[in-house]
Design a protein around this ligand. Sequence first.
Ligand SMILES: COC(=O)C(/C=C/C1=C(C)CCCC1(C)C)=C/O[C@H]1C=C(C)C(=O)O1
Ligand SMILES: O=C(O)CCC(=O)C(=O)O
Ligand SMILES: [Fe+2]
Length: 365
Amino acid sequence: MPPAPISPIKVGHIDDVQELRKTKPRTIPQRFVRDMTERPTLTTPVSPPHTHMPVIDFSLLTKGNKEELLNQLFILATACEEWGFFQVINHEVDLNLLESMENLSSEFFMLPLEEKQKYPMAPGTVQGYGQAFVFSEDQKLDWCNMFALGIEPHYVRNPNLWPKRPERFSETVEVYSREIRKLCYDLLKYIALGLGLKGDAFKKMFGVAVQAIRMNYYPPCSRPDLVLGLSPHSDGSALTVLQQAKGGPVGLQILKDNTWVPVQPIPNALVINIGDTIEVLSNGKYRSVEHRAVAHEEQERLSIVTFFAPSYEVELGPMPEFVDENYPCKYRRYNHGEYSKHYVTNKLQGKKTLDFAKIQTRNTS
Ligand SMILES: COC(=O)C(/C=C/C1=C(C)CCCC1(C)C)=C/O[C@H]1C=C(C)C(=O)O1
Ligand SMILES: O=C(O)CCC(=O)C(=O)O
Ligand SMILES: [Fe+2]
């Protein structure tokens, strides 16, 4: 008997939110309206110690004296353990390059829809222009347009999805991705040192790291209280680097101690977060913190996100350094390629994707 055909994913009609905003600025189709429990808090009163995400001065890690280095390593290790997020200043990525990347991404999203649709994100896939992580007709949609590309190694690339316009877009993505890749390797070195590991521990383990870029464009929304810019999720990467376009509103929120805490952008800083890989390797000492994006009533917002992860062949599990009788092993060993497949074939649902690797503990009390 021939194998049963795999049923195609039926996602129904997905409105392009930018076009919706242009043509019917006050309409919020029902598929974007969140259930009461999911609706965002837009004016969360934030009180200490939740006011400020830690800030790392990267130049003190690379060029500081011994005392400055140790001090920054301590701040970094505390940020990873208590926040799972931090902002990096003086990161050595050329500020003109950040600006070019921001301008070109914005120009891409401003192209006519027909031009952007030359690079469609097919249902169930994650590269190209559209909405990722949509798998059914009854799933709520995010108030966001995405454009995503696989970068490294080259076999993750789909050359048909690299846009011809704006001019210099692809060239700039290449240069930007090289610089961000270097930053990721450097940060992983300092994160390893902060965990008491050898500086090259992650680099050696990851093989030729997988890297992808995603540009998220959030148009203004007449009812930001009803929608989400991006559903709550943790990142399936080892590390994520987020650039927020200048002058945009606050949009990123992270779940800290059960409260959605808004992240105040710092001009020229990059936001870094720990992804699922580091959570597993550190046996949960560092956690991949759930986060989401909210929309704004009058202002658009643009973010440029790099996901940096181990090679697909790599087998992962908690490192022995983080497992003992007080810290029992919380995750099974698995293949990162399998995890990537699992991640991109499931909707964004908080930390649920990591259940893939969790060892279920029975409560005996
Ligand atoms: C919309 O895409 C994503 O959000 C995303 C996808 C990344 C990827 C590509 C665009 C092409 C190459 C493969 C890869 C899955 C990395 C998120 O990336 C996270 C999810 C995983 C897993 C990861 O490593 O980063
Ligand atoms: O736009 C943002 O601030 C959040 C983006 C994000 O979390 C992501 O793309 O994974
Ligand atoms: Fe994210």
